[in-house]
Structures are given as C-alpha cells and as structure tokens.
Design a protein around this ligand. Structure first.
Ligand SMILES: Nc1nc2c(ncn2[C@@H]2O[C@H](COP(=O)(O)OP(=O)(O)OP(=O)(O)O)[C@@H](O)[C@H]2O)c(=O)[nH]1
Ligand SMILES: [Mg+2]
Ligand SMILES: [Zn+2]
Length: 359
C-alpha cells in the first residue's frame, strides 16, 4: 500500500519528520477496538496498540488514535504487531458529544475530506435531523454532501430532494437508491477520487453499509433489515472501519447514531448551515436583535410573510441553545483543568519556597 493511496500528503509528511529515524513507519488507523487497532502502512497491515507513554500522556480519549488518524508506529521485529508512539495532528475531525452524562468529546472519524450525510427517504425522513448533521459536518472541516437514499420508497423523490436542498443551501444533495440503482456510485463520482477519504454518517438503517458495499463492489459489510419487531435501537454495523475501494477512494463506514449531540460547534458552523437565517438577521434594525419583540426585525418579518419556515426557525433556535449549553460545559471543564494545573504550579512554587527557606 503506497502512502498517497492511503491519503498521505505533504502536511502529514512534515508532521512525521521528527519520526523519520528510529524505525518508525506512518500508518493509518483503519479499525478501532477498545484496546487495539488495525493500521494500514506501506509495509502492510498491522495490529497495533498504544505505548504506555502515549496512553498515560493522554489528557483525553481524543488524544488517542481514532479511525482515519495518521500515527507514527514502530513494528515489532518479526511480528505483525506495531506500537503506536504518536498521533499526527488531524486535518479534520467529525466530533460529537459522547453518549452519557459527562461532557466529553468523541471523534467519529478523522482526516476526512468529505462527509456523506446519509438519510433515507422513508417515513423517518426529517429535515430537522438533516440540519443537525449539517451543522456538525460544517464544524468538522470536511465538505458535507447530503445523500438521500432509498429513493425507490418514494413516489415523489424529486419533492424530497427539493425540500432537502432548501434546508442545505450551498451543500450538494444527491438522491439515489443503494439497492435499486444500476450504479449508485455514479452521482457520487465527484467525491470518489483516489486518495480522498469519505465518511458515511447517519442514523441506523439508512443504508450506509449497503452503499459502502456497492462502492467496494463486494459484500464486505453486513447490512440489516430494518422492518420487524426488533427494528428500534439495533445497529447492524458496530465498528467504525476504513476501506480502500477499487476506485481508489477511502471510505469509512460508521455505526448509526441514535443521537447526534453537538460538541464544541461554534457560530460559523451554525451560520454555514443556516446561511439564509444569517443573511436575514443581518437585515435586522438592531445589531444585537434577539429576533423576539424588537421593531425592525427581519426574521419576524420573514416568518410573518412565509419566506422563513417556522420549523426551520425553531430548528435553528434549538441548535443555538444546545451550542451555547455545550460551550458553557466545555468552558467550565477547561476552567477546572486550568485550576488543577494552577494548583500543581502553586504547590511546586510553595515547595521551592520551603527549600529556599531551609537553605
Ligand atoms: N428499499 C431500499 N432499501 C435499502 C436501500 N438501501 C439500503 N436498504 C435496506 O435498508 C436496510 C438497512 O441497511 P444498512 O446498509 O444495514 O443500514 P446502515 O445505515 O448501515 O445501518 P447501521 O449499520 O445500523 O448504522 C437493509 O435491509 C438494506 O437492504 C435502498 O436504497 N432502498
Ligand atoms: Mg451499517
Ligand atoms: Zn431580528
């Protein structure tokens, strides 16, 4: 496997420079388990684990390798195993708030060029969910593409396409059927380039793995029937995994997400997703308009004359509140971390003062 075929470029090469001696090889994380991962390297495939130093030096789970990451690894002589010494800085990352009560970041995929936001044109189709995925995608740094799958289940897929395009200004929207189209990859061709990385994201059962299999030209990933009594809460795909397709593109399959909670999304990402609302708001009479009761509010005017859809406006407000809440959580966590660091410093300082006092 040659490095550029795996998505390597000049920037990663620069980051790798400090590892150019000492028997290190660059590797790309293809599969991530709890304690080990699979690496693709120019020397072939390795199972790999992090060195104790990397594990103990990590402040958070996000300092450790995620699927799509480039790492500096050292193969053990005569073994198909390597030790990961460092994670190279990421170019892009798709993060969400991990499930659970604590505010912690989870990296879904790293170093991706394009995110296919896959939704199905079935009864669960939701424009509000699409806006949520778009917001996180814009924050990731990768280019989002909306993929409306299961077109065969709709009498009028063109209408759904138009509705999705209306809530995704500036984002390409592609409608297809992974099971029924002769070549579902054809409309995705602009993003399926050799050495580029595409991650497929979306709820469980929308057809991510089905589409991946079509892109790979073989049944690599298990797919699941969604109908029936046990439909809810069941994920067919359980691991994130990166595959090299015959076309040369690298594709990442991910398990469906039950909820996509925002993590450290900042205002520009919301403005990209809601470019229409951002443009309207710039026309309000007051710069700090809360779009509530103020005179000369362009948002209220647009809601009144129907140019702005009430559902979209409420969707924006919800994400805005969630973003502000997440930011506060993260800030207080950082404040705590700073306090801990400060305590360490003051403790060291006191110890030094004591030594000086003794002298
Ligand atoms: N009618 C129809 N069914 C489809 C289409 N694409 C996928 N399916 C079916 O949808 C079901 C779920 O597909 P998967 O590919 O397993 O869905 P997934 O997104 O990978 O789901 P998770 O792995 O749980 O996240 C399977 O029964 C597929 O056959 C399509 O274009 N049309
Ligand atoms: Mg799947
Ligand atoms: Zn206003």
């Amino acid at each position: 496997m040659d490095l550029s075929a795996l998505g390597w470029d000049e920037t990663f090469a620069q980051h790798f420079q400090s590892f150019s001696t000492g028997g290190f090889v660059p590797g790309r994380v293809a599969l991530e388990h709890r304690h080990a991962c699979t690496l693709y390297t120019p020397l072939g495939e390795f199972s790999a684990t992090c060195t104790g130093r990397l594990l103990h030096g990590a402040d958070a789970r996000t300092d450790l390798p995620a699927v799509g990451d480039w790492v500096a690894a050292r193969p053990r002589p005569g073994e198909a195993h390597a030790d990961i010494h460092a994670v190279l800085p990421r170019r892009t990352k798709f993060s969400r708030r991990a499930a659970g009560p604590q505010a912690v970041e989870q990296i879904v995929a790293a170093n991706i060029d394009t995110v296919f936001l896959v939704t199905a044109l079935d009864e669960h189709f939701s424009l509000r969910r699409l806006e949520r995925y778009l917001t996180v995608a814009w924050e990731s740094g990768a280019q989002p593409v909306v993929v409306l799958n299961k077109a065969d289940l709709r009498d009028d897929p063109a209408a759904a396409h138009a509705a999705a395009a209306a809530v995704a200004p500036g984002t390409p929207v592609v409608t297809l059927s992974a099971t029924c189209d002769d070549d579902p990859a054809a409309p995705l061709a602009p993003w399926l380039r050799p050495g580029r990385t595409v991650a497929l994201l979306g709820s469980s059962g929308v057809g991510k793995s089905t589409l991946i299999n079509r892109l790979l030209g073989e049944e690599r990933q298990a797919t699941g029937a969604t109908s029936g009594s046990h439909g809810k809460g069941r994920h067919t795909t359980t691991h994130r995994e990166l595959f090299l397709a015959p076309s040369g593109v690298l594709v990442i399959d991910t398990p469906g997400m039950r909820e996509l909670q925002l993590w450290d999304v900042d205002a520009p990402a919301l403005d990209e997703t809601f470019a229409d609302i951002a443009a309207l708001a710039s026309g309000c009479r007051f710069g700090d308009c809360t779009h509530d009761q103020e005179p000369g509010c362009a948002i209220q005017a647009a809601l009144a004359d129907g140019t702005l859809d009430e559902g979209r406006w409420q969707g924006w407000r919800k994400l805005q509140r969630e973003q502000a809440y997440a930011a506060r959580k993260i800030d207080s966590r950082l404040a705590r971390a700073n306090r801990a660091a400060w305590k360490k410093i003051t403790k060291g300082h006191r110890a030094r003062l004591r030594l000086e006092g003794d002298a």
